[in-house]
Design a protein around this ligand. Structure first.
Ligand code: HAM
Length: 416
């Protein structure tokens, strides 16, 4: 029986790879513009990191983690997100001793045992950014500007930025009380998971995906009615900085985010179908994971969802020709010359391809066409004797006679 990929996973096929390269190049380029350096952390971590980092009452921890015991009886979890691992690495490698803020980005697979559906996978990929060590609202705005900048560079238009203020440990308890008061009448109607959240972390109930919980929380009080002066001031300043950059946004008191570590600013960038990017400030996480008390802010962007949006908006991604020159050797010495010349041209950066399949001349030309070769050249006895050959541009059939020993001239014509 044929073996299939596990549910909720997706192969990235060669024909799609250029889109991934395109967005990844933009991530790297824009990150550089913002002074952000790359970090790579392991695919798996000690489970404890996510229990403490993401939060024990979140959907991620309660329902979605890929957790297993390794042969040494340690509890290991495939990373469901990139923030907690980046914070762990920041602390473990003492990066807090460097000049602050520390600005990091990563491109990583993440794993969540979610109900597989359009745009929701069990293995997906995130481009994430984390900035440690600054409590200034200007950096909240900078992080959002960075995300918007990337989406703009990619050419996406139909996305909106929604922001909210999630308060801090001094204002959140008052809100939690108000929320509990509101929810208690309908306690029996909540799902079993949300019943356990009621005492421990009632705000999590607002993020439940169950229909009956969504219905109950529809008219719940919002955090914005309870935030303290410091949080309000931070939020106002963040909005001011967004205004300075002319970035449009909507304040949506309904967003709470699905992870426990957030304080103050949170945001999501979405289209009509799903959230492409989510993030916010998390001023207590570094300390909670065992580091110094240091503020932080960041986001994660779902790459599959980004590419789906790109396709939906009909954005043409520039496609580099895979084969720039197809060399067809005639006769034994022609085949050997094609083999050698292709190798030499590859060494100086030309994408060259030859016939490995023993095709007839006609079949070869058909093949060169099919693979979209930009140029072709035929090497037979005459060409070998004169050391010259006609390089034909497939698009308009124009021919360029060049010396087989002048590799740079061949490259120049082909790359033009
Ligand atoms: P998140 O909202 O859980 O945040 O995920 C960020 C993004 O990853 C989502 O907006 C979505 O595009 C994508 N995503 C999440 N789950 C899936 C899935 N099952 N399938 C496909 N795409 C998915 C975080 O992970 C935080 N670590 C973000 C952050 C960084 N906050 C501060 N710093």
């Amino acid at each position: 029986m044929e073996i299939q990929a596990p549910k909720g996973t997706k192969d990235m096929l060669p024909e799609e790879a250029y889109k991934w390269h395109y967005v990844e190049n933009i991530f790297r380029e824009v990150s550089k513009n913002f002074g952000i350096r790359e970090i790579r952390t392991p695919i798996f971590e000690h489970t404890e990191l996510f229990l403490r980092g993401v939060g024990e009452t979140t959907d991620i921890v309660q329902k979605e983690m890929y957790t297993f015991k390794d042969k040494g009886d340690r509890s290991i979890t495939l990373k469901p997100e990139g923030t907690a691992p980046a914070v762990r690495a920041f602390i473990e490698n003492r990066l807090f001793n460097e000049a602050q803020p520390t600005k990091l980005y990563y491109i990583t697979p993440c794993f969540r045992y979610e109900k597989a559906q359009k745009g929701r996978y069990r293995q997906f990929h995130q481009y994430g950014v984390e900035m440690f060590g600054s409590s200034s609202p200007s950096i909240d705005a900078e992080v959002m500007a960075l995300a918007m900048n990337i989406l703009k560079k990619i050419g996406l238009k139909g996305l909106s930025l929604n922001i909210n203020n999630l308060g801090c440990p001094s204002c959140r308890p008052k809100y939690n009380e108000a929320l509990k008061n509101f929810l208690k009448e309908n306690y029996d109607g909540l799902c079993e998971t949300c019943k356990t959240r009621f005492e421990k972390n009632p705000m999590r109930i607002l993020d439940c995906k169950e229909k009956k919980c969504k219905e109950i929380t529809k008219n719940a009080p919002t955090i914005l009615e309870f935030t303290c002066e410091e949080c309000n001031e931070h939020f106002d300043k963040t909005k001011e900085y967004l205004d300075i950059l002319g970035i449009p946004y909507t304040v949506d008191p309904g967003i709470v985010r699905g992870l426990d570590y957030y304080t103050k600013t949170i945001f999501e960038i979405l289209n009509s179908e799903f959230t492409v990017c989510g993030g916010g400030r998390y001023d207590r996480l570094i300390e909670e994971i065992g580091g110094p008390s240091m503020p932080a802010v960041g986001f994660g962007m779902g790459i599959e969802r980004l590419i789906m949006t790109l396709d939906k908006e009909g954005i043409e991604v520039p496609k580099e020709p895979l084969v720039e020159l197809y060399l067809s050797g005639r006769g034994e010495s022609g085949v050997k010359e094609a083999f050698k010349l292709a190798h030499k041209l590859r060494e100086i950066g030309v994408n060259a391809e030859i016939n490995h399949a023993g095709r007839s001349f006609k079949a070869e030309m058909k093949y060169a066409n099919k693979i979209g070769a930009k140029f072709n050249v035929v090497l037979g006895d005459d060409e070998l004797e004169s050391r010259k050959a006609k390089f034909k541009r497939m698009e308009d059939r124009e021919e360029f006679e060049l010396s087989l020993d002048d590799l740079e001239s061949i490259k120049d014509i082909i790359k033009k």
